[in-house]
Ligand binder design. Structure first.
Ligand SMILES: [Zn+2]
Length: 475
């Protein structure tokens, strides 16, 4: 099972604050994609967080959210009481259990800490909610003492304990051993793994912890969290699917939740990010492109459709003959072997970062002497579909798009895209400029351009022309 902590741990990312509205939207999206538990934050931190948590709990109550709603709280009775008053499914309380946390943060002895844990877990339990105890910095604690703490929390009424690798120092082998030890020492207890990614091993450690007996894995969308964050939801869900054959969530929704949290947090994932990074299914080297064209499995761990993505080829001097031929065929331009050879030679002599289709057409024209763009050069009608960021007014984007030279019509629409613009220009360069300007409008997330190949007369219009003397049809 997955517990997503984007709203709690994720908001501990430096520079990230979620508005009330975003918190609710993220919770709903996580629930819709099948996340089992959502950690929604600590209501004691700020009034808007408390309001959002209350709203999310209300949505759980009326069935809009299916996930178990977990509220975080320090081990302070007033905080616990305040958290419980909102009526969550579960309260998670935490306490540092390593000697360094005990001595320098809590200033308590190991024995005193045991008493504190027992007292507060019992108190939370007495308020009628399920309780999870988080052993903070558990992976640097004396393992025997950790087992003692876990037993204490369990006996005091916690049905789950989270073993937190707070500074991300586990390796997968130790992770499995540690979870085996705790699991075998305390029966009938649910175990969470909370793995920080300081050394880049959060996904591997989480997978190993599951092998050792953990049954809930803490994740955040895009791997947000303190410092370098925790296990990313996307990478773990897909690793688990690949290695264990189980879909923990609806994998095809991963790009959507990625974009949602990118917008809400203002932090975009890097192109090389697993699964959802821009490059995750884009092939560059000629050898790779030829292999993928023959059989995608040569260079893909799994088909991109499984995770809602599409395969792409990056065209530049690394590209081979096969990939360039493939792209040209898709553009409706079959070339003879000599022409193709010449185009490939030209592409290889250029030092551009990434060739667009338009650039490729230009090269073909230059090299082969064919007038390809002349066909479309006289006049280009196109539709540009525009997706707008969720936190931006569609109307204001539409207004700015409408002001761009070459755009003749703008409509707000329903569905996957928010705006469609019709552009009417004379050259491909003009069209590129229009598209670039649209992309430059603040709030535009992505665009899709369709060029009109042939304008067909609408049924109504032709009917009207033929029988214009008759009264209109709708009479
Ligand atoms: Zn953490």
């Amino acid at each position: 099972m997955l517990l997503d902590s984007t709203l709690r741990e994720g908001e501990q990312t430096p520079g990230v604050v979620f508005s009330e509205e975003w918190r609710v939207r993220i919770a709903k999206a996580l629930s819709d994609m099948g996340v089992h538990m959502i950690e929604v934050g600590d209501p004691n931190v700020a009034p808007d967080i408390r309001r959002a948590i209350a709203k999310i709990i209300g949505m759980k109550g009326n069935g809009e959210i299916a996930s178990e709603v977990v509220v975080h709280s320090r081990m302070v009775k007033a905080d616990i009481e305040n958290a419980a008053s909102l009526g969550p499914d579960r309260i998670a309380v935490f306490y540092g259990v390593s000697d360094i946390h005990l001595a320098h943060k809590h200033r308590k002895s190991r024995e005193e800490a045991l008493a504190i844990v027992a007292e507060h877990v019992e108190f939370a339990r007495s308020l009628g909610v399920k309780v999870r105890f988080t052993a903070e910095d558990a992976t640097r604690a004396d393992p025997n003492y950790l087992v003692e703490v876990v037993k204490t929390a369990h006996e005091a009424g916690a049905d789950r304990v989270s073993i937190a690798d707070t500074v991300g120092v586990l390796d997968p082998f130790r992770a499995r051993d540690l979870f085996r030890l705790v699991k075998s020492s305390v029966g009938g207890l649910g175990l969470d793994v909370h793995a920080h990614n300081d050394l880049g091993m959060a996904v591997a450690n989480s997978l190993a912890a599951v092998d050792g007996g953990a049954d809930v894995v803490h994740v955040t969308v895009n791997g947000l969290g303190e410092r370098t964050g925790i296990t990313p939801l996307q990478a773990f869900a897909v690793a688990y699917y690949y290695h264990r054959g189980v879909r923990l969530v609806r994998l095809e929704e991963l790009p959507r939740i990625t974009a949602l949290v990118e917008n809400a947090s203002g932090i975009t994932v890097m192109p090389t990010f697993p699964v959802v990074g821009e490059n995750a299914f884009t092939h560059k080297a000629g050898v790779h492109q030829a292999g993928v064209l023959a059989n995608p499995a040569t260079y893909e761990p799994l088909p991109p459709e499984v995770v809602g993505r599409e395969r792409d080829f990056s065209l530049d001097k690394y590209s081979g003959r096969r990939a360039i031929q493939h792209r040209l065929e898709r553009l409706g331009i079959p070339l003879g072997p000599d022409e193709l050879e010449a185009v490939v030679g030209e592409v290889k002599s250029l030092n551009v970062r990434r060739l667009r289709d338009e650039d490729l057409l230009e090269i073909v024209e230059r090299v082969t002497g064919r007038a390809l763009r002349a066909r479309v050069n006289r006049h280009i009608e196109s539709y540009i579909w525009i997706r707008v960021a969720d936190n931006v007014y569609t109307t204001s984007v539409a207004r700015r798009v409408g002001a761009i030279r070459g755009v003749v019509e703008v409509s707000e629409i329903t569905g996957e895209y928010d705006i469609v613009a019709r552009a009417s220009v004379d050259t491909a360069e003009e069209l590129n400029r229009v598209i670039e300007e649209i992309r430059g409008v603040k709030g535009v997330v992505s665009t899709l351009t369709n060029i009109v190949l042939k304008e067909l007369p609408a049924q109504d219009a032709s009917w009207h022309n033929q029988y214009k003397r008759l009264p209109p049809a709708h009479h």
